[in-house]
Structures are given as structure tokens and as C-alpha cells.
Design a protein around this ligand. Structure first.
Ligand code: HAM
Length: 439
């Protein structure tokens, strides 16, 4: 019998992705559009380590993350560490560590990879990338105004049409006042009901009712109130007894100004937004695709007043959001917003004859020195085969340099999309390629 060798799998670890060049090109494009947008608002990029102390998350990230989703272990020096499941604690640590020197408002962004031990499924993986945009040092709703305008601008910069997404906004104090004051629940009940509301959309109505009952004193009276609260608009929510009036007027003022800035139909007040993290204290929001195939949120964020307080006596309020690459890519695909990312901006140079290798290599060097991107073959295979390679690699333009072109000081250019081919002078070639071929 033939000797069976146990080969290793080429599949990546469960819930993670390999980014082959095609996917990497897409990812780079997506992040470059996001970067351009946040840079245009004056935000600066930061980064931190992928490994942090376990305690950083224990304090505020919330039990679902810490107990079920954290990749944590004890290192060789007996320190309990965790791979970052989110960026906000690292950000708070970094801002707190340099609090006195940072000019305010602090406007920072980052695109970290994050790890959560999740059951992988549509829109959920174990490793994802997340654009984080955060602003510190502004207590008024102008911070919310800017952050939500950025959230909207990113989608618009990708060409998202009206009606393709919704920005759903609420306020932590609305829910808190409803549970504590209207329903008169104690702290444990508030905690239990909030967690359940956060996962309400993922379970059936029957399961929700069964699971909520143990947290209520009088389910037959309280469940209809909960339904009323969850389905209310800004007017009707303000009529619920003992609801926090300040958060209602906060959202009303915020919406007024956002609408004046052109964020209109996509803006929705939604009291059922809860957000799973314990650190949010004010306005909270999530952005959703309206395509029912892509049900999980595109962005999540809100205001957190007390995170800096973990590290110092000082207070500094922060607000921001995380935008995940998995659901966002689904959004772009679903709405046909991904442009042709083939390598139309790079020219491909085959080797027409073995003896012309150095001449061809010189030409590509000359082109690069003039700002043209160029890839050269390293062998002179049959020309048809070399063109096939160019097609497979996603090129559009091929430059031929044969004996007759050398003797006439020209090159031939072929457009693989239209099939057209023509002769160009060698003199001033780079300028012609830039001007006439947008290279
Ligand atoms: P989050 O809601 O946990 O918030 O995540 C934000 C976004 O990241 C989600 O809307 C989703 O697009 C994406 N996301 C989260 N987990 C996964 C996963 N397992 N697989 C794929 N995508 C995922 C936060 O992380 C907050 N720290 C955001 C924030 C920044 N708040 C203030 N500043």
C-alpha cells in the first residue's frame, strides 16, 4: 500500500479569512475610501497592540464578551492577557495615558483586526477588521452630530443610495429610566431585561416572552408596556410616565441639526437599540443595511463617559463607533457598489524575444521612474501565453517591445478589453500613457 502522508490543511483557522490578492485589493480599496472620509474631517490615525491585559476588558466590556468571546491566556510570565475583541478599551487607555498633552477635541481613528470567539455565520466571524472613529472632550450633542455625520458620509462616499441603509439612534438613559422608573425594576432586573432586549431581534417572540418573565414582577402588565416602549416614536416615548425628558430633548435637538445637514430619511429614532457594552452612558446608535439578507448591524457606537475614569481621576467624555468589514462588504456587494478593481492602472510588459529582456526591463524601469506602474515578465514564453497571463492577472493594457518597435523608436499598446492595438512613440511615452490611457 502506498505510504499515506498526513498533509496539513490549507484552510485557515475557523472563522478567519485568508486574503488572497483579489480579496486584499478589495479590502485595501474599502479601507482607503474609509480613511479618505475620516481624514477629511481632521481625524488622525492611531494603533495599539493586539494583546492587552485581561483586566482591561474585565472592567467594562460586558459579560458576553468577557465570559464567552474573549481569547485569553496566561503568558510565560504568568500575566493574564487577552487578544483585543474591540478597540475602545485600548483607545481609552492610550488617551488616558497622555491626557494632559492631547489638544481637544481629540479626533482619532484606527482600523484594527479584532478577535471574538463567536459561532461563525453570516456577518459574524472570529477575526474581523473594524474602522473605529472616536471623539473625546465634547459634552454637547455637537459630538454626536459630527460622529453621525461621519457615519453617514462614509456610506455616501461609497455611493450608497437613499433607502439602502438606516441610522437607528436611541439613548441609554431612555431605556434606564423606563426600566427603573416606569417599570420600577431593581438593578438586577434592569440588567437582565437589558441583555435580553439586546438579543431580542435574534430570538422568536415566544422565546423572548418566556425568557423575560423571570425578570418581571407582573408580566401581564409590564410586557405590554415594554412593547409600547419599543415601538414608540419620539413623541409617544415622551408621553410614557417617568421617562427621562432630557434624553428625549437631546435626540430631538440632535435630529434637528442632522436633518439640516442632509441626514434625513435614513435617520430613525429606535428605542429598541440597546448596545451590548456596559460602558455606554448616553446616545447610542447602530447602522443597518435595509437589504434583509444582511441583517446584522454595519456599525455600532455611542457615548461613554466613564472609560477614562478607569485609568485616572480625570474625566473625559468620549463618543464613537465601530464599522465592521464583514457586514459592510456584504452591504456593498448587495447594493452593487463595488467598482471594477482590476489592475487597469498598471501596464504589463511581455518579453517578445529572449534577447530583448534587458531592453524591456529598461523600458519598465524608465516608466516607473516617471510614475507609471509596470510589471514585466521574466521569460519569453509564446506571446499568446503571456497575454493570457496578463488577462488572468487582471491587466487591461499590455505594452509590446519587439525588434521592429526598437528600430522605429516606438511601442505597441494593446487594450485587452476593447481589443484595440496601436503604436505610440517611445519619446514622451509616460506622458501619453497618463494623458490618453489614465495610467
Ligand atoms: P460592536 O457593536 O461590538 O461595537 O461592533 C461594531 C461593528 O463591528 C458591528 O456593527 C459589526 O459590523 C462589527 N462586528 C462586531 N463583531 C463582529 C464579528 N464577530 N464578526 C464580524 N463583524 C463584527 C464595538 O466593538 C465598539 N467598541 C464600537 C465603538 C467604538 N464604540 C465606541 N467607539
Amino acid at each position: 500500500m502506498e505510504n499515506q502522508k498526513n498533509f496539513l490543511t490549507t484552510a485557515p483557522y475557523k472563522g478567519t479569512r485568508d486574503f488572497y490578492p483579489d480579496e486584499m485589493r478589495l479590502r485595501n480599496w474599502m479601507f482607503s475610501v474609509m480613511r479618505e472620509t475620516v481624514l477629511s474631517f481632521g481625524y488622525e490615525e492611531y494603533d495599539g497592540p493586539i494583546l492587552e491585559s485581561f483586566d482591561l476588558y474585565k472592567a467594562k466590556s460586558g459579560e458576553e464578551i468577557v465570559e464567552r468571546q474573549l481569547y485569553d491566556f496566561v503568558d510565560k510570565g504568568e500575566r493574564r492577557v487577552a487578544i483585543r475583541p474591540e478597540m475602545t478599551p485600548t483607545l481609552a487607555r492610550m488617551v488616558a495615558g497622555n491626557l494632559r498633552n492631547l489638544p481637544r477635541p481629540v479626533r482619532w481613528f484606527s482600523i484594527p483586526n479584532l478577535w471574538r470567539y463567536e459561532q461563525p455565520g453570516k456577518g459574524r466571524l472570529r477575526e474581523h477588521w473594524q474602522l473605529n472613529v472616536d471623539l473625546f472632550g465634547v459634552d454637547s450633542f455637537r459630538a454626536e452630530l459630527e460622529i453621525l455625520l461621519i457615519a453617514d458620509s462614509i456610506l455616501k462616499r461609497f455611493g450608497a443610495p437613499e433607502g439602502s441603509y438606516q441610522i437607528r439612534v436611541s439613548h441609554r438613559k431612555l431605556l434606564d429610566s423606563f426600566l427603573k422608573n416606569t417599570l420600577k425594576l431593581n438593578a438586577d432586573q434592569v440588567h437582565g431585561v437589558s441583555k435580553l432586549l439586546d438579543k431580542k431581534s435574534k430570538i422568536s417572540a415566544e422565546a423572548f416572552e418566556t425568557e423575560i418573565k423571570p425578570f418581571l414582577d407582573d408580566a401581564t402588565k409590564q410586557i405590554p408596556w415594554i412593547e409600547k416602549f419599543l415601538s414608540s416614536d419620539l413623541q409617544s416615548v415622551s408621553e410614557i410616565p417617568e421617562i427621562d425628558p432630557e434624553s428625549v430633548s437631546f435626540i430631538r435637538d440632535l435630529f434637528g441639526e442632522l436633518q439640516a445637514l442632509g441626514v434625513t430619511k435614513q435617520l430613525i429614532f429606535d428605542p429598541s437599540i440597546v448596545r451590548g457594552f456596559d460602558y455606554y452612558t448616553g446616545c447610542i446608535f447602530e447602522v443597518f443595511d435595509t437589504n434583509p439578507e444582511n441583517r446584522r448591524s454595519l456599525y455600532g457606537g455611542g457615548r461613554y463617559d466613564n472609560l477614562i475614569g478607569l485609568f485616572s481621576k480625570e474625566q473625559l467624555s468620549g463618543i464613537g463607533f465601530g464599522l465592521g468589514d464583514v457586514t459592510f462588504k456584504n452591504f456593498l456587494e448587495g447594493h452593487g457598489l463595488i467598482p471594477n478593481l482590476n489592475r487597469e492602472k498598471t501596464v504589463f510588459l511581455p518579453i517578445m524575444e529572449e534577447s530583448l529582456f534587458l531592453e524591456t526591463f529598461k523600458l519598465s524601469k524608465e516608466l516607473r521612474e516617471n510614475g507609471i506602474l509596470a510589471e514585466t515578465m521574466l521569460d519569453s514564453a509564446k506571446i499568446g501565453k503571456q497575454i493570457q497571463t496578463a488577462e488572468k492577472k487582471g491587466y487591461r493594457f499590455v505594452l509590446f517591445l519587439g525588434e521592429s518597435e526598437i528600430s522605429t523608436d516606438t511601442v505597441q499598446i494593446k487594450d485587452l478589453i476593447s481589443g484595440e492595438q496601436k503604436s505610440l512613440p517611445r519619446n514622451g511615452l509616460s506622458e501619453i500613457l497618463k494623458k490618453d490611457f489614465q495610467l
